[in-house]
Design a protein around this ligand. Sequence first.
Ligand code: HEC
Ligand code: HEC
Ligand code: HEC
Ligand code: HEC
Ligand code: HEC
Ligand code: HEC
Ligand code: HEC
Length: 659
Amino acid sequence: MKPKHLIGSIFFCLLTWALSGIWGCNGVLSTSDTKAPQPFRNLGDSAHYVGITACKGCHSDKHATFIETGMGQSFHLADRKYSKADFNNVKPVYDKKNDLYYYPFWKNERLHIQEFKLRGRDTIHNRIEQISHIIGSGQHTNSHFWMDGQHLFQAPLTFYTQKGIWDLPPGYEDFNTHFNRKIDIECMSCHTGMPQTKEGSVNIFNKLPLGIDCERCHGPGSLHIKEKTSGIIYNTNKQADYSIVNPKRLPWKLQVDICQRCHLQGNNVLKPGKKFTDFRPGMHLDSIFSVYMPSQKGDKAFVMAGHAERFQMSACFKGSNKGDLTKYNANINFTCINCHNPHVSVKKTNQELFNNTCKSCHQPKTKKSKHEGCSLSESIRGTQTCVGCHMPSSDTRDIPHVSIHDHFISRTNTKYNLQINAKSKRISTGEITGLHSVNSKNLSHRELFNAYVSYFEKFDSKMLYLEKAKAFYNDPSVELATKIQYHYNLREHASIIELWETGITEEERSELLSDAWTQYRIAKAYDLNIPSQVQKALSHYEKSCDAMPWNTDFTAEYTNALVRAGRIGQAKEMILAALKHQPKSELLHFNLGNCYYRENNLSSAMKEYETARSLNPNSQAVLVLIELYISVGQKDRAKAMYDRAKQWADPAILRGWSF
Ligand code: HEC
Ligand code: HEC
Ligand code: HEC
Ligand code: HEC
Ligand code: HEC
Ligand code: HEC
Ligand code: HEC
């Protein structure tokens, strides 16, 4: 087999790992909806974000306790003092599926993570990256980020504080993305102060504050500060200061929306024209995005970052928040802040506070009691607390080695009942019947189609989701871009081409020309459907790169096609430019190797393929190297590459060689 064929045939489907969404959720709930206008003046463009230090000067008391909380410490630079991990006698973590080891260590006060592979006594792969950030306060975990040039990625090792162990990050046990998991705006918009990405990029950040800050719950602060410094002061005991949002002045539903902006993790589908950074406290969350979770039969398990959904399933929540949607009355309504003061860590919160909240509504029958007291006799309850039984701590389904508190307060979900029922496995994963939205109702067919297609693509590739999507396909509201995405996920490339060439108007076509993902999918369709149509594919790859010039995956796909079309000079120029902002892209090095190979510059080609291989032990570059080393008479090296490829490559590809 000739390597030139390899270059053409092995390069498709490089992007699948780029789309790995990991954390899934479940449950059922309906919410009510009013669009009462809010009087707060920092909801619009008149106010901007100023950062936590600006608030510290006047609210030093709030600042001092807030920075001790999980939210205040959610994201840090990788400094020793922010790491909660144990570095004594660490044994490398072994990923059995991929036969790889992971090891964390400090060198010159910089944290590093090493990935290596052993063959007998030899280390046949060794990659070390310096860690840039720690995500997770350590309440549950410390996960780690690294930067390839300007691009932010997750590193494949996490410390689980509750069990005190190192292991692969959540999700990596099924699908190890190595050092390649991109950290995007969706992820960071839940984990820190208001971030901003560079236009046309996925994971280059212009702004990346360290830690969730005041303005995520109070809204942008510039207007408030301007008024306070110019002496406009209200007596906030008597009246609201509308220059900034005090969540306690919001109706209960908008209050919950602030917390569930982040504490509700599912498939977040943006409304047309909206961005993840558009939500501001005081807005209705469903005006920015809808959150979808799979509906499951009889499932009682719960997930990390699912607190908002679980809590809203409770009879306490439903029963207390029925009436007036325009106000919040702490004596009647029941929201997160009845129990949580977000400026104080739960670790420093007196447990009595939680129990007193329960008792403020539930008392044994007297004239004064609002609701029924506990039906379990006091002799059985003993000294145990209300939340100890009714909000039991348990292992979450989606995160290994982590336990959180179930916020579904119910009669059946108590620790006492769980113990009785533990043997009958009442907590089981039910059959998935579809998706439901936790925060929106009256969903259009367009939105549902969107939700199903993106859920399949980002979270779970069960055909069920695309089958559900199909029911809405012909609805006139469904967008062309999503139809193309639908066919793309079904690998119906001919359908994409047909839609593009004959199924749409000129106007629609010109609109889609600046949609990077749609252009990429059309390019792929031409490339995969009719390989001789690489010319047609090229123009669409080019459009995807024009729309997202900083997306290295698009650059890699485009330049790979350019090489196949013989446009080596152009490919080389683009690759070298992209390597300046992402120097460790395996795909770019592989493509550059292809360029040199086509130019018959074998030594440079080998160097690039070796670089690609050092970044990924399973790189296709290994296969090309077998051939290259044979052609320059280095049989031993060729055999070494062949032995490696045997671990993972398709035997059909290897059949051409024998050693
Ligand atoms: C120059 C001093 C100053 C700075 C800086 C400042 N505040 Fe205030 N803030 C005050 C004063 C004084 C009050 C109470 C009187 C008032 O609201 O007019 C107040 C009140 C508030 C309230 C309560 C409003 C209400 O209606 O109950 C919130 C919430 C608040 N500040 C948040 C913030 C946040 C968040 C920041 C940083 C973005 C910030 N403040 C920065 C001086 C300041
Ligand atoms: C910008 C996203 C965001 C918003 C808004 C938000 N949270 Fe959080 N919250 C988080 C994240 C992320 C964590 C976990 C941080 C960590 O430990 O690394 C967290 C942790 C917590 C914790 C546990 C940590 C501790 O030390 O107490 C509580 C309690 C909490 N949030 C309550 C709330 C409540 C109540 C609201 C609404 C008033 C809210 N959060 C709004 C993202 C958010
Ligand atoms: C919709 C908001 C949201 C998104 C998106 C999200 N997270 Fe989270 N994540 C949370 C919240 C909220 C918690 C805290 C849950 C708790 O304490 O129970 C959390 C917990 C975590 C923790 C554990 C922190 C600790 O010590 O408690 C890590 C690490 C983490 N997320 C990483 C990520 C990464 C990496 C991404 C993106 C690839 C991501 N998350 C996407 C909201 C989100
Ligand atoms: C996770 C959400 C959240 C974050 C982050 C947050 N707050 Fe608050 N804040 C609230 C809520 C909820 C209330 C209303 C609490 C109540 O009175 O029950 C509040 C109330 C306030 C008040 C007015 C009430 C009072 O007690 O004076 C001030 C001032 C304030 N916050 C300042 C800050 C500052 C400064 C920061 C950052 C250091 C901050 N907050 C971070 C949620 C948050
Ligand atoms: C009835 C009281 C109550 C209400 C209401 C409540 N929580 Fe909690 N929450 C608790 C208790 C109790 C804990 C465990 C505290 C501890 O660790 O001791 C907790 C812990 C948490 C944690 C830390 C992770 C964990 O599960 O241990 C987060 C995050 C959180 N709550 C978020 C929320 C959010 C968001 C809401 C509203 C949607 C909310 N809570 C409403 C009582 C409450
Ligand atoms: C703001 C008031 C309020 C608070 C605070 C409150 N509840 Fe409730 N709770 C209710 C209402 C309303 C119902 C519905 C039944 C009724 O009307 O009595 C209810 C129902 C219940 C039920 C029966 C649920 C079922 O599945 O039938 C349990 C158990 C319960 N609450 C426990 C608690 C515990 C434990 C706490 C504290 C963690 C708590 N509640 C806090 C208002 C409240
Ligand atoms: C030892 C565990 C335990 C403790 C502690 C506990 N409960 Fe319960 N509670 C239960 C169980 C179990 C049930 C359900 C009994 C049943 O339905 O058979 C229950 C039922 C309830 C109900 C439903 C009553 C009804 O008839 O609808 C309420 C309300 C309630 N508990 C509130 C509380 C409050 C408030 C506290 C704290 C003062 C508390 N519980 C402490 C285990 C506990």
